[in-house]
Design a protein around this ligand. Structure first.
Ligand code: URA
Length: 234
């Protein structure tokens, strides 16, 4: 890969900033100063910019406990994004796998692995996503049956079977629900369809990946080898 592209991918600056640094003689490859941005560098070589070493990372995978109040986007003019929270990222091409609403908390996978993201998000694969929520109103066995049978949320077809567990039933109920689709605002719309309102929503799993409960909202960590293997095999 070209030296300027490599450094740009590794977050050393924009392409033009990186080119300038290379031309100024601030970049060394395996200890030798290189002044040509087009110089071909391999992932095993050591690249140093003004004394800072950059090692090549092809793919990054992070589990984030998304806090409420930040958006699931790569950039946003007004609002903090989930990528702003990943301070240790090396790659500039990271993105969140799927979206959670601004006010939703919980599990979000952040990566630059487009192939894995496609597998997890493909509507044909029906990857399970489990959420916990607080909702207004008494949730009963009838709701459980209705969620299982499928609800009209204004789409062409009813929702696919969703598994609703009532954790606490009252004026405000606490539930856990598993869906295998990813329609816009799906959980909120499903509860609206049965006359209830979601007051708080948190995703706790996606496929084989479960939110690490030691992560507070806003915290993240790299996936373990096992977690990654589970997602890739799933
Ligand atoms: N369903 C919703 O309504 N919101 C989310 O953030 C995720 C699923």
């Amino acid at each position: 890969m070209r030296l300027d592209k490599y450094l740009c991918h590794m977050g050393a600056g924009t392409r033009s900033q990186v080119k300038q640094k290379i031309r100024k003689g601030l970049v060394a490859v395996d200890g030798e100063c290189v002044k040509q941005p087009e110089y071909q560098v391999s992932p095993v070589q050591q690249v140093c910019v003004e004394g800072r070493v950059f090692s090549y990372t092809e793919m990054e995978y992070y589990m984030l406990n998304k806090p409420a109040g930040c958006v699931s986007a790569r950039t946003d003019e007004k609002c903090r994004t989930v990528l702003d929270l990943i301070s240790s990222k090396k790659r500039k091409d990271l993105f969140p796998v799927g979206r959670l609403d601004k006010d939703t908390e919980g599990l979000l996978l952040i990566t630059n692995d487009g192939k894995l993201a496609h597998r997890l998000l493909s509507p044909r694969r029906h990857v399970d996503k489990t959420y916990e929520a607080r909702v207004s109103g008494l949730i009963t066995g009838e709701h459980v049956r209705a969620f299982l049978e499928g609800l009209d949320i204004g789409e062409e077809r009813p929702t696919r079977p969703a598994f609703l567990e009532v954790l606490l039933s009252g004026e405000i109920s606490e539930i856990r629900v598993t869906i295998c689709e990813g329609k816009y605002h799906q959980i909120k719309r499903m509860f609206q369809a049965v006359g209830c309102e979601v007051l708080y929503l948190k995703r706790i799993s996606m496929g084989s990946l479960t939110l690490d409960e030691s992560l507070k909202p806003g915290e993240y960590r790299p996936l373990t080898e096992e977690e990654l293997a589970g997602l890739k095999d799933g």
